[in-house]
Design a protein around this ligand. Sequence first.
Ligand code: AGP
Length: 619
Amino acid sequence: MCGIIGYVGTSIRSQFLIQGLRRLEYRGYDSAGLAVHQSDRFYLKRKIGRVIELEKVVDDVPLQTGIAHTRWATHGGVTEENAHPHLSFDQRVILVHNGIIENSKQFQTKLKESGIELQSETDSETLSHMIANLYSGKGPFGEDIDLETKGNPLESIRQCLRLARGTWGLAIMFVDRPNELFVARNGSPLVIGVGDQARYVSSDPHAILPFTKQVIFLDDGDIAHVVQDDVQLSRLDGGTTNKLIETLEEEWGDGEKGDFPHFMIKEIFDQPEAIRQCLRGRMVHDEGMAKLGGLDMEPKDFLSLSSVTLLGCGTSFHASSVGALAIERLARIPARAEIASEFRHRNPVIDSDSMFFAVSQSGETADTLGAIREIQIKGGTTMGIVNVVGSSIARSCGRGVYIHSGPEMAVASTKAFSNMISAMYLFTLQAARVRTISSAQGQHFCSEFQEMPEKVDRYLQKPGILDPIVEVLAKAKIIFFLGRGFSAPVAAEGALKLMEVAYIPCVAYPSGEMKHGPIALLEKGTPVIIIAPNDPLKHKTISSLHECKARGAIIILIHTQGDPIASEGDYSIAVPECSELFSPLLTVLPLQLLSYKVGLALGRDIDRPRNLAKSVTVE
Ligand code: AGP
């Protein structure tokens, strides 16, 4: 979603802001813009479309203080006027904003009544005018009252934001303060990078990682005054706050495509190594045990657990569904996965012996953050299962497990799915070893787990003949995905992936549900992808396969290598053998590859599908 980059420091060139925006591109956006402070004015450029379009119109100007933004439209269409930065009516204040100002309609009305002509349809623009009014000593809507905000940027920002309802990550410049940046956070992440005679600001630590690893994470309600060699923090209510400078952990993997044409395919092929990174140092084979230090849990804590709830959205919800099955199956703890965006709105019952995991690749998903907040309000224990180190979810949970997938840049999540499952399986092993399984059973689990990266690699090296299937899928009006047990969430994940990347309507069901309604949609030639690894439910899934076949469906069957059921499919894809529990790590692979290839065949924007964003920071 929207991204912010800001700079204050020794003189460099405007191109720096473009570079910063490039590192935010993966998040999804539809317009971009930047502003550079120039003695008595701001150099301002905005453009709809990609950063490259902006780059074409930006001159090579010196940069000492500047802000830039990628916008994902919420209030108002995709137009140049709605793109950020937004300049105040008196040209003295300019800002970029992530988040949503819920009461901006009132602000717009009052600003118009005061004679200000709004230039955009956005909620964000209102803040620039209000701050400018306050900075000139007037009321926020131009009222003639003498306020002590006159010439005081921090107090002007505070007074403005105290009136606002909603979320913000803000970076603001004042024309008469050439070497100063002001930032504020509430519900939308912001991080300040500490460099040598330079400070960087971003909504995403990834964007400033090439320049510095020393960072200050802002919390909700924080405001900061940033100059090239200092950061002064304070609170929206006027209080003070201190924060440590943290060192960003060195990430495994890189955020570059290398020799791959797209991030998505690179990340699919990252999976063997990504799973290895997740397991590294976390299993004690001799004891048949896992150790997740970030959970900080003693064996007795596992014994007293009454239930586990895993909360996530999209792919993270699907991975959670797999994790819940494993936890309940092996550790015998009642476990369920819940869609985070639904959870918080149903006044959930929170039991003090339950454990709640917030599962998220980006660690910034607003719906998941909202669920955490609700649990915390009700006194529950939340832990994160997160990829992005230092992200809002990781920080608000305090404890948890990093999945260590390395940066995932494609909007369609692939390696994070595998690593979320891997992290949840480590938790499963740790809990099960305390509660239910013997050392020998634990050792068996460890051995099989350790073999998985090689099996994932083996499949990716020989994925089977996919092109004829791609041809069938690319022509389809609708595609079904069916699976049972551990394969039901994999079916859902396959459908999500293909919809995202190829824009084809896809329907996923636990296969037993097909006959209860969805089968009415089947026509001769409808592709049905059936996930039936060699598990105890396979024969039931095959009954569903026959029901679809009898109605003329084209069956694409994903099965275990060497299984004679291969002949049941019009097209069959074999994955290496493994136990039922680990099968999602393999059966998801052909689905990821097919989505990628169908998207490619249809000429889709693979890494940045339309209307989507990498981290969904609005509810
Ligand atoms: C996955 O391909 C999607 N882009 C999306 O469903 C994603 O998984 C969801 O928005 C949750 O994101 P998170 O893991 O960053 O919280």
